[in-house]
Design a protein. Sequence first.
Length: 252
Amino acid sequence: MLKADRAARIVSHIAEAGSADVRTLAELLEVSEATVRRDLQELQDQGLLQRTRGGAVTGAVNLEIPLRHRGDQQQEEKRRIARAAAELVPDGAVVGLTGGTTTTELARVLGERGNVTVVTNAVNIAAELIVRPEVRLVVIGGLARSASYELVGPAAERMLAQYHLDLAFIGVDGLTVQQGCTTHDEMEAQTDRAFLRSSARTVVLADRTKIGRVTFATICPLADVHDLVTDTGLPDAEEQAIAESGVRVRRA
């Protein structure tokens, strides 16, 4: 296994479990404990986790894990969410996509289907779609965030104000009835709000790990959201509370 792949697996595993010891990681990755210790030290130097005696923990409450390390978390659930979300998109629609692993999966589904205009501020999504001639692609410019591959800030917001979207699909880091939709970065939250202002319909894509969680910056209250597409792991009580706030909930 390549070093980059090991790092992604370690970060993903610790983000899910909250902590892990060296022996467990060595067995998971099928490498020596010495190799794991070196990897953990490098990941701590990058601020992605915190070393402990014999292992590591996530290191911070609501740590933002870079997108490159998040691709294999709830991957099958995200694919199901993406397929269900694509059913909401009529032919010829103008669709806004913010960054995130689930919105990236949706971009792939829409790219295969075609006959759609996609407006996005995510450079990885743009790279996925630029080779799809049947998709009309508009890329929103701005300040690049390496953690999410998104272009954000005032320039992005001014550009979005010039467009009218049929639907905006928003990726979030947290969603609760009380605090609404949240993300880790304030500037990213502001750009997400610009997508909402330009769109006739707002759809949040969030797997069950995001529900009931609150992160640093508010994107919007649930009153501004029309639909939530999530996975079947969402507890019934959570679904009922979200639905009672006026959001249509679709489980995939």
